[in-house]
Design a protein around this ligand. Structure first.
Ligand code: ZN
Length: 373
């Protein structure tokens, strides 16, 4: 941003914090980092009370505010080892969409929706596979989501345990060969034992359970192309099209041999790829000295709020706006722009004055897509 745009944004950010300063829990035990020119101009800042913190934010109106996932006895001390680490929240950072596509030039709704779905998937995994209570979805303020777990259960998790959690959610190190095993039934009246392939079943847990559920759904929905991809025999696929019930009963008990055909192997790569794998920035999860954007604060690259979602299932840009969209402002687009914002299509010709809602004007200024006259 140029100086003029920065002053304009700064002015509105200050106005926002005059009304309310969001204070993170355990403020006196957190290390803070603040930025005006960059995301973090300086860090190792601490506050003795929420009052002191609120005063600071109101006065300085930082464009970027970050705080430590860790709780410290002396948040301001340096080096890190002197801070007196007392535990940390567990946080995951999602910011890269799974799909490749033509991005919207100004604000890519497809990417945001994709990441939101991934964040929901991660939340479910944390609840179902680890029993964490109510992970919170927080919009990162730009193009991603953070998932926060604040609970005594996670406070003492080691760096290694956090790394393993981050790898688990990405299905990293999942050994496909351990999902299936050959079992020999040595029945009395058989000369040779009968070999059959056992795999994910209704009794499975963790990733194996996810694969079971995915395949079960494919059978129920008679999803022919998925079943073929997983390695089901042609005979089984056509039987499923007539009546899925027998195949469902086989898969419930994990009798994959009966579904794949003699000596056939399942396509484990395809199975793993189809159960959603969540991509996160792992370092955010295991690096205990990391700072992350303060929930409720403004993100200086967008003017949006880094917002905890009240209803995790619903994400809309209009819910994360920091500024009144009924208020208008004038901008000068730096190039011809055409995009969607707040369910409207905007066409802004280059180098002309355009009237836009204030949050859009601030967003365009932050993104260096427009000047402020
Ligand atoms: Zn996109």
């Amino acid at each position: 941003m140029n100086e003029k745009e920065r002053r304009f944004v700064q002015h509105h950010v200050q106005g926002f914090y005059q009304k309310k300063v969001p204070v993170p829990p355990a403020v006196s035990q957190r290390e803070f980092g603040f930025g005006w020119q960059s995301k973090i101009d300086y860090r190792h800042r601490g506050f003795i009370s929420s009052w002191e913190y609120e005063q600071f934010v109101r006065q300085e109106a930082p464009l970027y505010m970050s705080y430590s996932l860790a709780y410290y006895q002396f948040p301001e001390k340096q080096p890190m080892g002197e801070k007196g680490f007392q535990g940390a929240d567990l946080v995951f950072d999602l910011d890269s969409p799974k799909q490749e596509h033509d991005h919207e030039p100004v604000l890519c709704r497809t990417c945001l929706e994709d990441i939101h779905q991934q964040a929901l998937q991660l939340k479910k995994m944390l609840e179902e596979d680890f029993g964490f209570q109510q992970p919170k979805l927080v919009f990162s303020g730009q193009k991603g989501f953070h998932v926060h777990v604040q609970s005594p259960d996670v406070m003492d998790l080691s760096k290694d345990a956090r790394r393993q959690l981050a790898e688990y959610v990405a299905a990293e190190g999942l050994d496909a060969s351990t999902l299936f095993r050959k079992t020999a039934y040595d029945l009395e009246h058989h000369v040779k034992p009968v070999e059959t392939l056992q795999g994910p079943s209704s009794q499975s847990t963790g990733w194996t359970a996810k694969i079971y559920q995915r395949v079960r759904r494919a059978i129920q929905e008679k999803d022919v192309s998925a079943l073929k991809r997983y390695g089901f025999s042609r005979k089984t696929v056509s039987a499923i099209q007539d009546d899925p019930a027998p195949a469902l009963s086989q898969i419930n008990s994990g009798h994959w041999g009966a579904l794949l055909g003699k000596d056939k192997q399942p396509n484990t790569e395809s199975l793993i790829a189809d159960v959603q794998v969540v991509q996160t920035d792992k370092a955010v999860t295991y690096d205990l000295s990391r700072l992350i954007r303060v929930p409720g604060s403004i993100h200086g690259s967008t003017g949006f709020i880094t917002k905890p979602l009240e209803d995790p299932e619903t994400f809309r840009i209009r819910d994360v706006l920091a500024f009144d969209s009924r208020q208008q402002t004038t901008v000068i687009a730096r190039q011809d722009l055409k995009f969607e914002f707040l369910d409207e299509i905007w066409t802004l010709p280059r180098a002309r004055f355009s009237e836009v809602p204030l949050p859009l004007g601030i967003y365009l200024a932050c993104q260096e897509k427009a000047f402020i006259p």
